[in-house]
Design a protein around this ligand. Structure first.
Ligand SMILES: [Zn+2]
Ligand SMILES: [Zn+2]
Length: 268
C-alpha cells in the first residue's frame, strides 16, 4: 500500500499544501486501485499529479468540514463534463463510491448549488458510514470509527496489501479530525502507520474547549496507548511549527514520528 499525502494543511489550504487529502494506492494482482481519504480545499489540483480522477475507485470522507470535503464540487464537474470520458458526453455516469457521514449527499449537492430536484446520483454513489462495519474497495478494507469533533466525524482504519512485504497485509489508520478519545485509541490499535492530526499546540491552545483537535502530545499519547508502529502527524495549520509537534509527540511516544508534507510518498 502506498500513501501519498496529497494535502496536509490543517483547517484551510496553506501556501505549500492543499487541505486534507490522502491518496492510497495498491495493486491486487490485476490492476491498480486508488482510494482518496478526504478531499479538502485545493486537493483536486494536487491529486491530479498522482492519479487521473476518473481512475479513482472511492472517496472516503472523515467528516464534512470544508477542509475535508470541499473539492467534491470540482470532482463532480470532472466526472460529469470531462470531454472524453465524462458522463455527459458518454451517457454513462461514473458512479464513484463516496463513503462519508450520514449527510454527505445533501452537503455535496448544497455546496455545488444543485437546483431542487437535481442530484449527483449519476456521478456519486454516496454511502453512509456504519461505524464498525468495514467497506471493501478492491484490495482495501476501510472501517470507520467515531471520533470526538464538533460534527459527525470518523477515523478510518484501512487494511490492504503491503508494497514492501509481499504477501502481507498492513494497516494504516487515519484519525480524521478529533480530540483525544477512547474510540481513537481502539481504532488505531496496532496500526503499522498512524496518520494522526495535531492541529493544536500544548500551552498555546489550552484555552480552547475540548473536543476539537489533538496536540502533538495528545497524538503521541494516543499512538502510545494504541501501540502503533509509527506516527505521521498531519493537519498542522500554517501557524504551527513541525518541530514543536514532533517534540510534543516524542514526549509521549517512543516510536518513529514525522510530520506529513504535501506530495510525500510512504510505502507500507
Ligand atoms: Zn480539518
Ligand atoms: Zn474538522
Amino acid at each position: 500500500m502506498r500513501l501519498v499525502t496529497v494535502g496536509v494543511s490543517g483547517s484551510f489550504p496553506g501556501p505549500a499544501s492543499p487541505a486534507s487529502a490522502y491518496l492510497l494506492q495498491a495493486h491486487d494482482g490485476e490492476r491498480d486501485w486508488n482510494v482518496v481519504l478526504d478531499l479538502g480545499n485545493g486537493a483536486l489540483g494536487a491529486l491530479q499529479r498522482h492519479v487521473d480522477p476518473l481512475d479513482l475507485d472511492a472517496v472516503a470522507l472523515s467528516h464534512l468540514h470544508p477542509d475535508h470535503c470541499a473539492d467534491l464540487s470540482g470532482l463532480y464537474v470532472y466526472l460529469r463534463y470531462h470531454p472524453e470520458r465524462g458522463g455527459t458526453r458518454t451517457g454513462v455516469g461514473r458512479r464513484l463510491p463516496v463513503l462519508g457521514p450520514s449527510t454527505t449527499a445533501d452537503r455535496a449537492a448544497a455546496m455545488y448549488g444543485l437546483a431542487a430536484g437535481e442530484s449527483m446520483d449519476g456521478e456519486y454513489d454516496v454511502r453512509a458510514w456504519q461505524p464498525g462495519t468495514p467497506v471493501q474497495v478492491g484490495p482495501f478494507e476501510l472501517e470507520p470509527f467515531a471520533v470526538y469533533h464538533p460534527v459527525e466525524a470518523y477515523g478510518i482504519r484501512v487494511t490492504g496489501p503491503s508494497s514492501v512485504r509481499p504477501g502481507e497485509r498492513v494497516t494504516l489508520v487515519y484519525s480524521g479530525d478529533t480530540d483525544a478519545c477512547d474510540g481513537l485509541v481502539e481504532g488505531a490499535r496496532g496500526a503499522d502507520l498512524f496518520l494522526c492530526e495535531a492541529a493544536f499546540q500544548e500551552g498555546r491552545d489550552d484555552g480552547v474547549e475540548r473536543g476539537i483537535h489533538l496536540t502533538g502530545r495528545r497524538a503521541g499519547e494516543a499512538a502510545a496507548a494504541a501501540g502503533v508502529r509509527s506516527l505521521l502527524l498531519t493537519h498542522l495549520p500554517v501557524w504551527n511549527a513541525p518541530d514543536v509537534a514532533i517534540a510534543e509527540a516524542l514526549s509521549a511516544y517512543d516510536g518513529p514520528v514525522a510530520v506529513a508534507t504535501a506530495g510525500g510518498v510512504h510505502e507500507l
